[in-house]
Ligand binder design. Structure first.
Ligand code: G4P
Length: 528
């Protein structure tokens, strides 16, 4: 195999999906710990404040270094190179999360054993389903009382529509937690509490007939376990790699992230079975990871990582070929060649200049406002990767300046912050208003704060009568012109200059759509 193929085959790129509080941050820490990427768990921790309150989020943003370097975490494990892409925790950042999920090859779902399947998990799983992303499941907080495993399986199967195949099985729960049984390895792993900051090399006993097992679990627990396993193996399907890769079955692990328990079993199985870099669709053809020529797409932009330098970083997933420092890449949207000398890679606690990157890896490109989410880069071919959505915002506000002389700075700030994709910025054709759209209400606070902090502009956001937005497309130039004339008072341009209909009410939108059957009103804009 060529070294490109070998390196590609080693990559495992994934994201964790969960409802807030299920333990995503804790599990991330532990995975990094096992991967040797961090010596002491704890560095990822502060991000979790994000979901609690705006003020926490602000304080947190000051520690931008942490939240940024943890956007992409790469570590070697079991002969593979694992890339863990972070997804924002707060529900208001769900659009970002969707886009991160377009850049992974598989996902890991974390479920709280007491709470079961929660609302955010359902939404995120819908996204995974759209792309038939293979999913592994970690049922967390086994050190607390939770629901019975079979009840949880039923819920996952009925609510999420995916079959569960247990790989590990809990022996007790809460105070009675004794360990887990590994169904594939036929081994019992004993649980020891309170080992959260070091590797837990749990005691392993081979086979359910191991002579020490009765002493370790107690006679009652052991016979209960045997009975349960007999029942379980009759009731559930065994792990089937093909079904997993097709997104139809999820291998399930039980454990306690905070106690380092069951995590390494998950990671071992993950590097063995999770898919490597998958082919990706473009507008013209499918691109295979083994192709020699470089291609990739931008799925995330983070602005003002260092406010003093206004530096912005575009995160590009490599889809094929090899990136090497100093190479020239074609930005297909603009048709321009750009030389990339100093792309970043993101180790868990540091950023470094990367010399080479392979399919599945993510590199950070310095961006001076010329790169947008969804942009494709290649070694010359005019490709455009598809499927990186921009959702119509649900909430709208008009930006109002406290100091009218700061108009320029306000416009610039709104435009640059909307490049990150969390908010969208509209300029109506008929007025000088600046309208901001967002998927969640927290975002207006965040933007107001960042405008002040990073651009020195004090702005407030007022209500505005916009119910929803639709991107307008029409092949017939003449009709489009007529449409513009007749509806100018509701039309605006988004940050990229695309035409958008800002509907004052849903009824208005419906009527307008009926009146203009040949005009397309799109609820998402595909980037690129
Ligand atoms: P998130 O990123 O999914 O939102 O969850 P996070 O890891 O922040 O975990 C949420 C809470 O659950 C934290 O407690 C965390 O310590 C706890 N937790 C995570 N894994 C386990 C587990 O295996 N068992 C138990 N019992 N708790 C777990 P917190 O009180 O919010 O924070 P902290 O003060 O304990 O750090």
């Amino acid at each position: 195999m060529s070294s490109h193929r070998t390196e590609t085959a080693r990559r495992r790129t994934f994201a964790i999906v969960s409802h807030p509080d299920a333990g995503k941050t804790t599990l991330t820490e532990k995975l990094l710990l096992f991967g040797g990427a961090i010596q002491m768990a704890g560095s990822v921790k502060s991000r979790k404040a994000a979901r609690h309150a705006t003020s926490d989020w602000m304080a947190l943003e000051k520690e931008r270094g942490i939240s940024v370097t943890s956007s992409v975490m790469q570590f070697p494990y079991g002969g593979k190179i694992v890339n863990l892409l972070d997804t924002p925790g707060h529900a208001d950042f769900s659009e970002d999360t969707y886009r991160v999920l377009t850049a992974v090859d598989s996902a890991l779902m974390v479920i709280d054993c007491a709470k079961g399947v929660e609302e955010r998990t359902i939404k995120l799983m819908e996204v995974c389903r759209l792309r038939t992303t293979p999913i592994m499941t970690f049922i967390n907080k086994l050190d607390r009382e939770g629901r019975s495993p079979l009840e949880l399986f039923d819920e996952v199967e009925s609510v999420l529509g995916i079959q569960c195949a247990p790989i590990t099985w809990p022996i007790g729960m809460g105070k009675r937690l004794k360990g887990v049984y590994h169904l594939v390895r036929d081994e019992v792993y004993l649980y020891e509490a309170g080992k959260n900051y070091e590797r837990q090399d749990a005691k392993v006993l081979k086979g359910l007939d191991h002579p020490e097992l009765e002493a370790a679990l107690g006679a009652e627990a052991l016979s209960e376990l045997r009975d349960e396993l007999e029942l379980v193996t009759g009731a559930v399907e065994p792990f089937d790699p093909a079904q997993y890769l097709a997104g139809k079955q999820t291998p399930v692990f039980f454990g306690s992230a905070v106690n380092n328990f069951g995590v390494q079993l998950l990671l071992d199985f993950f590097v063995e079975h999770a898919p490597g870099p998958q082919p990706r669709a473009t507008t013209t053809r499918e691109v295979d990871a083994d192709e020699e020529k470089l291609s990739g797409f931008v799925f995330k932009i983070q602005a003002n990582m260092d406010p003093a330098h206004r530096d912005r970083v575009a995160f590009m997933r490599v889809c094929s070929g090899t990136y090497s420092a100093g190479m020239k890449m074609l930005q297909t949207r603009t048709g321009k060649d750009v030389r990339i000398a100093n792309a970043l890679t993101f180790m868990a606690s540091d950023r470094d200049i990367v010399d080479t990157a392979y399919p599945g890896d993510v590199i950070g490109l310095h961006n001076h406002g010329t790169i947008s989410i969804g942009d494709t880069f290649t070694e010359g071919e005019a490709l455009n990767f598809t499927g990186i959505p921009n959702f119509a915002p649900e909430l709208f506000r008009r930006a109002r300046l406290r100091d009218p002389l700061k108009m320029k700075a306000l416009q610039k700030g709104l435009a640059q912050l909307s490049e990150e994709g969390a908010t969208q910025f509209f300029r109506p054709l008929m007025s000088n208003d600046l309208i901001l759209g967002a998927v969640g209400v927290l975002q207006f606070d965040v933007v107001a704060y960042r405008l002040k902090d990073e651009y020195g502009v004090e702005a407030a956001f007022d209500n505005v009568t916009v119910a929803t937005a639709r991107w307008i497309y029409c092949d017939d130039e003449k009709m489009l012109e007529q449409f513009r004339e007749k509806n100018a008072q509701h039309l605006a341009l988004d940050a990229s200059g695309a035409l958008v209909y800002l509907a004052p009410t849903r009824v208005n939108l419906q009527l307008t759509q009926e009146r203009w059957p040949d005009v397309t009103f799109a609820a998402t804009r595909e980037h690129a």
